[in-house]
Design a protein around this ligand. Structure first.
Ligand code: DC
Length: 221
């Protein structure tokens, strides 16, 4: 594998953005493995900040507390096992709407990508973190399909959930992530849109890889 991260050229950045449960994490992880690039789930950063705020018993919308926790973030916070579930989901989305939190996490994300290149998934990778990324994919799916997938995922993990509540939480988070004024979730103008509503995992991965190859203009990616 050549050209993914080495040489004098700028490291290769692949931005994978999109709403919750669209399949971007799975796709980004698999693209990273296929292209021998590091992978970063940027949602984990916001989740870890939200978690730290909740641990303090504070409101995730409290900008001063959230910024302080973002600046105090430690690598070990990303390994915590309590970063998912309705409360951390909404806390992550709430702290992510605070400009000072986003600013505190920006350099960290850019440094990660610049080191060896990366496949990064999130909401604003192609618009804000790496607006010059060589490849940008916006992965989406109908809210219905995403809610169903999230419900199945929870069931697979033995977590009791109510399908209607899962869908309501997902829609609320989408609205908050897309409606905020700081780096709102939206496709970059030059992003390829990948709608996975009717696609299985393998089909979606094949489509994503084909998009990467087309963008890189080579067949060996
Ligand atoms: O990708 P995720 O569902 O784990 O992300 C959790 C929250 O973090 C999401 O609701 C919005 C926020 N987020 C963000 O604002 N920007 C990113 N690049 C990644 C996540």
């Amino acid at each position: 594998m050549t050209g993914a991260g080495g040489g004098a050229a700028a490291p290769l950045i692949i931005a994978v953005d999109g709403p919750a449960a669209a399949g971007k994490g799975t796709l980004a992880r698999r693209l990273a493995a296929a292209l021998a690039l590091p992978y970063l789930d940027t949602g984990l950063l916001y989740r870890a900040v939200g978690r730290r705020v909740l641990d303090r018993g504070a409101d995730p919308r409290d900008a001063a507390v959230a910024e302080a926790e973002a600046r105090a973030l430690l690598p070990a916070d990303l390994d915590r096992r309590d970063l998912r579930g309705p409360a951390p989901d909404m806390a992550a989305s709430a702290v992510a709407a605070i400009p000072a939190v986003r600013a505190a996490l920006l350099d960290w994300q850019r440094d990660f990508g610049r080191r060896h290149g990366a496949v990064m998934d999130g909401r604003d990778i192609g618009t804000v973190v790496f607006p010059d990324a060589e490849v940008k994919i916006f992965v989406t799916a109908s809210a219905d399909a995403r809610a169903r997938r999230r419900f199945e995922e929870l069931r697979g993990r033995g977590v009791a959930a109510d399908p209607a509540q899962v869908e309501a939480e997902l829609r609320a988070r989408d609205a908050q992530d897309a409606g905020r004024s700081a780096a709102p979730m939206r496709p970059a103008e030059d992003a390829a849109i990948l709608d996975t509503t009717a696609l299985g995992i393998e089909e979606a991965f094949a489509a994503a890889l084909a998009l990467v190859r087309a963008r890189l203009g080579r067949d060996s990616a």
